[in-house]
Design a protein around this ligand. Sequence first.
Ligand SMILES: CC(C)(COP(=O)(O)OP(=O)(O)OC[C@H]1O[C@@H](n2cnc3c(N)ncnc32)[C@H](O)[C@@H]1OP(=O)(O)O)[C@@H](O)C(=O)NCCC(=O)NCCS
Length: 204
Amino acid sequence: MNNELLILGAGGHAKVVIEAARACGLEPVAVHDDDENLIGRKILGVPVKGRIVDLPDNLNCVAFIAIGNTKIRKSIATRLKRVSWPVLVHPSAYVSPSARVGNGSIVCAGAVIQAEADIGTQVIINTGANIDHDCIIEDFVHVCPGCNLAGAARVGEGAMLGTGTSVIPLKHIGAWATIGAGAAVVNDIPAGATAVGVPARVRR
Ligand SMILES: CC(C)(COP(=O)(O)OP(=O)(O)OC[C@H]1O[C@@H](n2cnc3c(N)ncnc32)[C@H](O)[C@@H]1OP(=O)(O)O)[C@@H](O)C(=O)NCCC(=O)NCCS
């Protein structure tokens, strides 16, 4: 196993992930991104060395995926099967000792994950988001900054909850759904739907 740490993705979220890694005492050696124009640049001092698509399927190293798009995160993690994907928790986040957080998931600064919440693999719990007790957050979900999920809410695989979304207890957001920034989810949202507003309504 090569213990060098790579960051996959060179957008704004990469800065957040690099600083979270540094706060945990980890120093990335390189960033990779599919935008060729970024190769040769530096993100917070870390060089962008190549494209993600050019990384070999059998790549054996440690990496974090710093890309908000849930489908892209799934495709990268599914292809690079031999990479070690640790959990990254910013030191200012709180994760209950009875919560579970799956491989590759990133808990950003100021986020809170309460008792017996279950966070899948390659999930982003972004800055200042609150995941209350017994929530189930499935693989590849992105909970954007400032979201509030009340107790036992459930979010299906690959869903994206825009900045500042609130979800009342026990509601279920289906797989690959998109919730608009600032929405209040007070009813279940079907898989694949886009819902916006207060209360959140599915956009036709
Ligand atoms: C919901 C969302 C995905 C829709 O994106 P889109 O399909 O490109 O939508 P558009 O910007 O074309 O807007 C379409 C309509 O929806 C409305 N709309 C867009 N986002 C909305 C929101 N969050 N709440 C209410 N209405 C919204 C627009 O005003 C527009 O209305 P109109 O047709 O009456 O003018 C997007 O606006 C959003 O909220 N994304 C969240 C992004 C985010 O939080 N990112 C954080 C990254 S860390």
